[in-house]
Write a protein that binds this ligand. Structure first.
Ligand code: SF4
Ligand code: SF4
Length: 164
Protein backbone atom coordinates (compact mmCIF):
# COMPACT_ATOMS: atom_id res chain seq x y z
CA UNK A 1 0.00 0.00 0.00
CA UNK A 2 2.84 2.44 0.82
CA UNK A 3 4.17 2.19 -2.73
CA UNK A 4 0.65 2.71 -4.14
CA UNK A 5 0.20 5.82 -1.98
CA UNK A 6 3.58 7.16 -3.02
CA UNK A 7 2.71 6.87 -6.70
CA UNK A 8 -0.91 8.02 -6.42
CA UNK A 9 -0.45 11.82 -6.80
CA UNK A 10 1.56 11.46 -10.00
CA UNK A 11 -0.78 8.79 -11.40
CA UNK A 12 -3.75 11.08 -10.65
CA UNK A 13 -1.97 14.04 -12.25
CA UNK A 14 -1.38 11.97 -15.41
CA UNK A 15 -5.08 11.11 -15.58
CA UNK A 16 -6.37 14.56 -14.63
CA UNK A 17 -7.10 15.82 -18.14
CA UNK A 18 -8.78 12.58 -19.18
CA UNK A 19 -10.82 12.46 -15.96
CA UNK A 20 -11.90 16.08 -16.34
CA UNK A 21 -13.14 15.39 -19.86
CA UNK A 22 -14.94 12.25 -18.69
CA UNK A 23 -16.73 14.06 -15.85
CA UNK A 24 -17.77 16.93 -18.13
CA UNK A 25 -19.50 14.38 -20.38
CA UNK A 26 -20.92 12.50 -17.40
CA UNK A 27 -22.46 15.70 -16.02
CA UNK A 28 -24.02 16.55 -19.38
CA UNK A 29 -25.55 13.14 -19.91
CA UNK A 30 -25.54 10.94 -16.81
CA UNK A 31 -26.74 7.41 -17.62
CA UNK A 32 -29.99 6.28 -16.01
CA UNK A 33 -28.29 3.45 -14.13
CA UNK A 34 -25.50 5.62 -12.67
CA UNK A 35 -26.65 5.26 -9.03
CA UNK A 36 -26.72 1.45 -9.20
CA UNK A 37 -23.46 1.28 -11.14
CA UNK A 38 -21.70 3.42 -8.51
CA UNK A 39 -22.90 1.19 -5.66
CA UNK A 40 -21.67 -1.85 -7.61
CA UNK A 41 -18.24 -0.33 -8.34
CA UNK A 42 -17.88 1.03 -4.79
CA UNK A 43 -18.70 -2.31 -3.17
CA UNK A 44 -16.42 -4.27 -5.50
CA UNK A 45 -13.51 -1.89 -4.84
CA UNK A 46 -13.90 -1.93 -1.06
CA UNK A 47 -13.96 -5.77 -1.11
CA UNK A 48 -10.38 -5.47 -2.40
CA UNK A 49 -9.22 -2.39 -0.47
CA UNK A 50 -8.56 -2.52 3.25
CA UNK A 51 -8.71 1.03 4.60
CA UNK A 52 -6.75 -0.05 7.69
CA UNK A 53 -3.65 -0.53 5.52
CA UNK A 54 -4.09 2.99 4.12
CA UNK A 55 -5.76 5.74 6.21
CA UNK A 56 -4.44 8.26 3.69
CA UNK A 57 -7.64 10.34 3.94
CA UNK A 58 -7.20 10.63 7.73
CA UNK A 59 -3.50 11.42 7.35
CA UNK A 60 -3.60 14.01 4.60
CA UNK A 61 -6.99 15.69 4.57
CA UNK A 62 -9.47 16.18 7.33
CA UNK A 63 -13.27 16.05 7.24
CA UNK A 64 -15.49 19.00 7.85
CA UNK A 65 -17.50 18.82 11.04
CA UNK A 66 -21.21 19.63 10.80
CA UNK A 67 -23.03 21.04 13.86
CA UNK A 68 -24.51 17.55 14.41
CA UNK A 69 -21.02 16.02 14.30
CA UNK A 70 -19.80 18.53 16.88
CA UNK A 71 -22.74 17.82 19.21
CA UNK A 72 -22.31 14.02 18.92
CA UNK A 73 -18.52 13.93 19.31
CA UNK A 74 -18.42 16.50 22.14
CA UNK A 75 -21.01 14.40 23.98
CA UNK A 76 -18.85 11.30 23.40
CA UNK A 77 -15.95 13.08 25.14
CA UNK A 78 -18.29 14.55 27.79
CA UNK A 79 -17.05 17.97 26.73
CA UNK A 80 -18.97 21.17 26.19
CA UNK A 81 -19.34 21.83 22.46
CA UNK A 82 -17.36 25.06 22.70
CA UNK A 83 -14.58 23.32 24.58
CA UNK A 84 -14.46 20.57 21.91
CA UNK A 85 -14.31 23.19 19.14
CA UNK A 86 -11.53 25.14 20.84
CA UNK A 87 -9.50 21.99 21.51
CA UNK A 88 -9.70 20.30 18.12
CA UNK A 89 -11.20 22.51 15.42
CA UNK A 90 -10.69 25.70 13.44
CA UNK A 91 -12.82 27.57 10.91
CA UNK A 92 -11.59 27.28 7.32
CA UNK A 93 -11.90 29.69 4.36
CA UNK A 94 -15.40 28.32 3.56
CA UNK A 95 -16.49 28.98 7.13
CA UNK A 96 -16.63 25.27 7.96
CA UNK A 97 -15.26 23.60 11.06
CA UNK A 98 -12.24 21.47 10.17
CA UNK A 99 -9.40 19.82 12.11
CA UNK A 100 -6.68 22.09 13.47
CA UNK A 101 -4.08 19.78 11.97
CA UNK A 102 -3.55 16.59 9.99
CA UNK A 103 -2.97 13.65 10.44
CA UNK A 104 -6.26 13.59 12.29
CA UNK A 105 -5.75 13.67 16.03
CA UNK A 106 -8.24 10.81 16.42
CA UNK A 107 -6.22 8.44 14.21
CA UNK A 108 -4.25 5.75 16.03
CA UNK A 109 -0.81 4.41 15.04
CA UNK A 110 -2.62 1.22 13.96
CA UNK A 111 -4.78 3.29 11.55
CA UNK A 112 -7.89 2.76 13.67
CA UNK A 113 -10.15 5.73 14.31
CA UNK A 114 -10.56 6.25 18.06
CA UNK A 115 -14.00 7.82 17.56
CA UNK A 116 -15.14 5.44 14.82
CA UNK A 117 -18.72 5.01 16.11
CA UNK A 118 -19.29 8.76 16.35
CA UNK A 119 -16.94 9.95 13.59
CA UNK A 120 -17.98 12.86 11.35
CA UNK A 121 -20.50 12.10 8.61
CA UNK A 122 -17.92 13.16 6.01
CA UNK A 123 -15.55 10.43 7.27
CA UNK A 124 -18.20 7.71 7.14
CA UNK A 125 -19.12 8.69 3.58
CA UNK A 126 -15.61 9.23 2.17
CA UNK A 127 -14.76 8.86 -0.75
CA UNK A 128 -18.47 9.34 -1.57
CA UNK A 129 -18.26 6.94 -4.52
CA UNK A 130 -21.56 5.22 -3.68
CA UNK A 131 -23.64 8.37 -3.31
CA UNK A 132 -26.61 9.15 -5.50
CA UNK A 133 -26.13 11.56 -8.44
CA UNK A 134 -22.38 10.98 -8.36
CA UNK A 135 -21.94 13.35 -11.32
CA UNK A 136 -22.68 16.26 -8.95
CA UNK A 137 -19.43 15.79 -7.03
CA UNK A 138 -17.12 15.61 -10.03
CA UNK A 139 -14.81 18.39 -8.85
CA UNK A 140 -14.41 16.82 -5.43
CA UNK A 141 -13.75 13.42 -7.01
CA UNK A 142 -11.09 14.89 -9.29
CA UNK A 143 -9.25 15.87 -6.09
CA UNK A 144 -10.03 12.68 -4.18
CA UNK A 145 -8.43 10.40 -6.80
CA UNK A 146 -5.06 11.88 -5.78
CA UNK A 147 -5.70 11.02 -2.10
CA UNK A 148 -7.67 7.81 -2.15
CA UNK A 149 -6.45 4.76 -4.10
CA UNK A 150 -9.96 3.26 -3.98
CA UNK A 151 -11.50 6.38 -5.56
CA UNK A 152 -8.77 6.31 -8.23
CA UNK A 153 -9.59 2.70 -9.12
CA UNK A 154 -13.34 3.35 -9.11
CA UNK A 155 -12.97 6.23 -11.56
CA UNK A 156 -10.75 4.08 -13.81
CA UNK A 157 -13.43 1.37 -13.76
CA UNK A 158 -16.15 3.94 -14.46
CA UNK A 159 -14.34 5.04 -17.60
CA UNK A 160 -14.24 1.43 -18.83
CA UNK A 161 -17.92 0.85 -18.04
CA UNK A 162 -19.16 4.17 -19.42
CA UNK A 163 -17.22 4.81 -22.61
CA UNK A 164 -18.37 8.24 -23.73
S1 SF4 B 1 -11.18 5.75 2.03
FE1 SF4 B 1 -9.55 5.75 0.51
S2 SF4 B 1 -7.93 7.09 1.35
FE2 SF4 B 1 -9.33 6.57 3.00
S3 SF4 B 1 -8.39 4.80 3.98
FE3 SF4 B 1 -9.85 4.00 2.49
S4 SF4 B 1 -8.69 3.68 0.62
FE4 SF4 B 1 -7.46 5.00 1.95
S1 SF4 C 1 -12.29 11.22 12.70
FE1 SF4 C 1 -11.58 9.13 12.39
S2 SF4 C 1 -12.22 8.58 10.31
FE2 SF4 C 1 -12.32 10.83 10.49
S3 SF4 C 1 -10.33 11.62 9.77
FE3 SF4 C 1 -10.19 11.32 11.99
S4 SF4 C 1 -9.35 9.26 12.27
FE4 SF4 C 1 -10.12 9.41 10.16
Amino acid sequence: MQETLKQLPSKAAEKHKENKKFFTKLKKKPPKHLDTLMVELHEAEFERTDCLTCANCCKTTGPLFTPKDVTRIAKHFRMKEQQFIETYLRVDEDNDYVLQSVPCTFLGADNYCSIYDVRPKACSEFPHTDRKKFQQISNLTLKNVAICPAAFNIVEEMKKRLPY
